[in-house]
Write a protein that binds this ligand. Sequence first.
Ligand SMILES: [Fe+2]
Ligand SMILES: [Fe+2]
Length: 338
Amino acid sequence: MTSITTLPILSHGEEDLAGRWLPDLGPIYIKQRVERLTRRYITVEHLRDRIAELPQQFHCPKPRPWSSLRWNAIAADQISGISVETFCAILQGTINTEAPIHGYTQASRQYLTHYYPRMARFVGGTVDAAGQTTSPGLWELEEKRHTPALIAIYKQLAGKKPVLVPYAARPYTSSGAPRADLYRHGLHRIATEYGATCLYLWMMAYTTGPLQAVLGELLIDEINHMTKFWGFGRWAYPQTNLGTIASTLTQATVRKWRQPGLQGSLLHTLRRMTQELAWGQWHVSHQLTFLYSFDQVMRVLWHWDQSLTPSYLEALLGDRPGGNYNADQLVQDSANRL
Ligand SMILES: [Fe+2]
Ligand SMILES: [Fe+2]
């Protein structure tokens, strides 16, 4: 990956990580910058490398070091095509969505621990008999630097501290069908990592210099986690397909409608995300470029997904504990718990 630390703050028309930088970027330029960022950071080869290193990271977990970043040089003139106020409102929401990472990792660890202890350790580390963390997981170590980074950006741009609204992570809840619970939970995790990937890529399209460099580090982390969760899910649930995903998502949504207090559906997550990110205040051109980022990233993911054959994944991650879990059974198990 190109080192960004030595790049000067750019003036009119110079190239940055997303292409040509202009102080008044319009939607057409932003669209091109989104494409350029996707080609730079999210290629099939890159995703292949991220899943291929998973066994080694099970064995020897080490967080990816960040480049040295010029925090004090972050300034409002490194934003173009969106107002600083809207950008700060988005940052504020992102800060509240990233926390509390420890709660997220511990819920994921509990869903994984019975069938997939290696992945449980990767996301949530190890705990003692009383449930206290004895060593954090790699996912947590990498994610927990995001909130402080976003707070530092916010302070530089707004000249004040952001308002932190603490949320409790949704705790582990068993329905009695652990495979189906894990599948639903995993889809959720992949969706949030994918959302974060698209968000940071989109924010990079509107920024340059030291600000863009920090967002680049967040982006690389999110791509890494999204890829590992997706690839692992394809190995753990090889029989599943688009139909299974659709059924599971529909069931989760129906469950939410039947039990309005339930905090378990993707619909709920999506609604919370759009509220947090102040979506209603965005200009329509921002909404369109944001959706375009989702489209561009998903195209690469689908293309890469074709290479995730059962034989490739078994060679990489070994045999599945407990054998195959039939897709019909998965849908049935989920439905039985409604
Ligand atoms: Fe994050
Ligand atoms: Fe993440």
